[in-house]
Design a binder for this molecule. Sequence first.
Ligand SMILES: CC(C)(COP(=O)(O)OP(=O)(O)OC[C@H]1O[C@@H](n2cnc3c(N)ncnc32)[C@H](O)[C@@H]1OP(=O)(O)O)[C@@H](O)C(=O)NCCC(=O)NCCS
Length: 199
Amino acid sequence: MTTRMAEFTIRKFKETDLPALTALIHKTIGACYPGHYCREAIHFFLRYHSEDTILEDARAGCTLVLDRAGRVFGTGTLIGDEIQRLFVDPVRQGEGFGRHLMQHLERAAVQHGIRTIQLDASLPAKPFYDRIGYVTITAASLPVENGRRLDFFKMQKILRQCVRSPRDLPLRVASSRPQAWAMVPRTGNPPSPSTAGSA
Ligand SMILES: CC(C)(COP(=O)(O)OP(=O)(O)OC[C@H]1O[C@@H](n2cnc3c(N)ncnc32)[C@H](O)[C@@H]1OP(=O)(O)O)[C@@H](O)C(=O)NCCC(=O)NCCS
């Protein structure tokens, strides 16, 4: 464990995070998607991840953020049985934060009685999802401007249990109120603060 890793917090999104979170997502798209996606597809992603949509999804589901010294550097959202909008700041990628966010989102899903989790994987993110146990259901695409196409993969994972992995990073959960996990009603109880912080 490095000091750098120990300095972060995972917590529930707050509405005051919205400008910084949107900027982080747009920065990450700008850094990671060229080379994988055409200009029109990137434009689609930027419009899709608008402040309005991010806020709407956070209200409908469970949006977590990684926070280091008050600066948001990663995020992921669980809505129903789907994980959306997983982004880690390009300068912090490859340090295990994406895996860590996913473990927390999967744990929240299990606590809500969800057994199979779905997601749409971007082209650059597919190897990451392969690595953490997601299987490809199908390749898919969306039409974007100028007759171009945005390709992605529909993936899923059967959640058996929340297993602590030796690769888990140390974690402090800042927002520990049960309503932090409020989301589309599902069977099962929301995780207690102690469960949510036990990764
Ligand atoms: C996808 C993303 C969230 C992954 O976050 P990350 O913090 O870099 O990933 P981690 O460091 O937790 O990686 C976990 C494992 O996946 C592997 N991995 C991550 N990206 C990989 C890649 N592109 N190719 C191969 N393996 C990869 C890591 O090596 C690590 O493996 P190991 O620890 O088992 O050896 C991040 O790269 C990102 O924000 N990408 C751009 C935005 C995006 O496409 N988001 C997904 C939208 S669907």
